[in-house]
Design a protein around this ligand. Structure first.
Ligand code: PFF
Length: 454
């Protein structure tokens, strides 16, 4: 078969693809969101469901996204369209790509607000604001930040500009090199934090909280949140990984690459939990404290450590970078589409997209102060954007991608792209993506809906 190339470029090697996709996967979802939603949903039972979702739903869908992207070598909207047409199916499948672009806008607009908090903490750690801070004062410092729309707006704007700059430059070496060094550095620092947390008196309580399975803690809603988070943390269901797949070398084995990415992502989330919960229990804090959890616990820990301010500074810096390498993948599908469709240069494409997302983000950051009373379906704007994307749009996008790859795409295409050394692996994937993945996602949706209507 003749080999297609993307007009946007290609990753230099298989490892660059793995690093870029890991850069997309590992982000605020792992270090900020995973611990706090685990805290809100009662701990171990939630973690187990999340791990099952990664395995049964996340990994097969990630393989599907990569194979569609690589086969079409185009942005997700066009990739879904082209693969549908070459399989003799309706071009309307491109709607899945459209929903992904919308989900990307929504996610990035609140993601950027949280990344803005991280930038604020980098600066604060840098000037020693949190030296020897008590847990009460750390809570007050965080609340003080949220109640200040100007500060939030500045950092949100800075982050959006950072994302636009990378996307404007294209999928180039700068990002590849950054990811290559920064992801391992983040990993090492997490391990340093883990070593610290393991010395605290709350380590056992933290461990138990994360790994003790208590089924009474599970509700349909918490199962939905666990599944939604599996999509969110692996960057699935909206085309980010599909776009990255379109720049992937043809010879790279998709299965092992995907498993490597999912493993690294999972390990980072679990280690983040093992850092944060021991600090929570040692200091008598509340694990269900919500989105502020990381921003309140970590400064307390750094405040008590020798050279804590330096560690704190470097740590938040790496969290910021992890957020950055994720955020660019949220914008790439839409930017690539604008370039393909209208022949635009990347710079105007980024400016238009950046402005749209920046504006939605302003409503998200206002949720903590000036428009705190504005509710959509009972949620603040920030919570609404988070809930509807992670728990509805990404799983729905993933469900369609699974149905599409399992039932619509010609077998020859998926066989050719996956090309496992053993046919049994292909068959296992094929059965999973056709039956197990869609049924699992559908069951969680339906039961959650029935539960809500009750
Ligand atoms: N996976 C990222 C994280 O865990 O922080 C967030 C994310 C990036 C979600 C890209 C979705 C996406 F397409």
């Amino acid at each position: 078969m003749e080999e297609k190339q993307s007009i946007h470029g290609a990753w230099a090697s298989r490892w660059i693809f793995i690093l870029a996709a890991t850069g997309s996967a590992v982000g605020l979802g792992n270090i900020w969101k995973f611990p706090y939603i685990t805290g809100e949903n009662g701990g171990g039972a939630f973690v187990l469901v999340y791990l099952l979702c990664i395995l049964v739903v996340g990994v097969p869908i990630m393989m599907a996204e990569v194979l569609i992207g690589r086969h079409a070598r185009k942005s997700p909207i066009n990739a879904m369209h082209d693969v549908a047409i070459s399989s003799g199916k309706s071009g309307l499948w491109s709607m899945v790509g459209w929903m992904g672009v919308l989900a990307g806008f929504f996610i990035l607009s609140f993601y950027s607000v949280v990344a803005g908090w991280v930038l604020h903490y980098i600066a604060g750690m840098g000037v020693g604001d949190y030296a020897a801070i008590s847990s009460d004062d750390a809570g007050k410092a965080f609340e003080g930040l949220l109640s200040n729309p100007q500060t939030l707006l500045i950092w949100h704007s800075v982050f959006i500009v950072m994302v636009m700059l990378v996307i404007a430059g294209g999928v180039e070496k700068g990002l590849e090199n950054a990811v290559k060094f920064l992801m391992p550095a983040l990993f090492v620092l997490l391990l340093v934090m883990l070593a610290y947390a393991s010395q605290t008196s709350g380590f056992h309580a933290g461990w138990d909280f994360l790994f003790h399975f208590d089924p009474s803690q599970l509700s349909w809603e918490s199962i939905l949140v666990a599944m939604g988070h599996a999509f969110f943390t692996l960057s699935l269901g909206m085309g980010a990984i599909m776009a990255y797949g379109s720049y992937m070398p043809k010879k790279t084995a998709i299965g092992t690459a995907v498993i490597t990415i999912a493993l690294m992502d999972t390990v980072v989330a679990l280690v983040a939990g093992l850092v944060i919960f021991p600090i929570v229990f040692t200091n008598g804090m509340d694990p269900g404290a919500g989105p502020g959890l990381m921003f309140v616990t970590l400064p307390v820990a750094f405040g008590q450590m020798p050279s804590g301010q330096i560690f704190g500074f470097v740590f938040f810096l790496l969290v910021g970078i992890a957020a950055w390498t994720s955020a660019i993948s949220l914008l790439e599908p839409a930017a690539a589409w604008l370039v393909e469709k209208f022949g635009w240069h990347r710079i105007p494409a980024c400016i238009v997209l950046g402005l749209i997302i920046w504006s939605i983000g302003i409503a998200a950051l206002g949720s903590f102060n000036v428009i705190a009373d504005v509710k959509l379906f009972g949620f603040t704007v920030f919570d609404f954007l988070d809930f509807i994307t992670a728990n509805i749009m990404l799983p729905l996008g993933g469900l369609f991608i699974a149905l599409f790859t399992g039932w619509m795409v010609k077998r020859q295409i998926s066989e050719d792209e996956l090309a496992f050394s053993a046919n049994a692996w292909y068959r296992a994937w094929y059965i999973t993506i056709r039956y197990i993945t869609p049924v699992a996602v559908a069951i969680i949706f339906v039961f959650n809906l029935l539960d809500t209507l009750k």
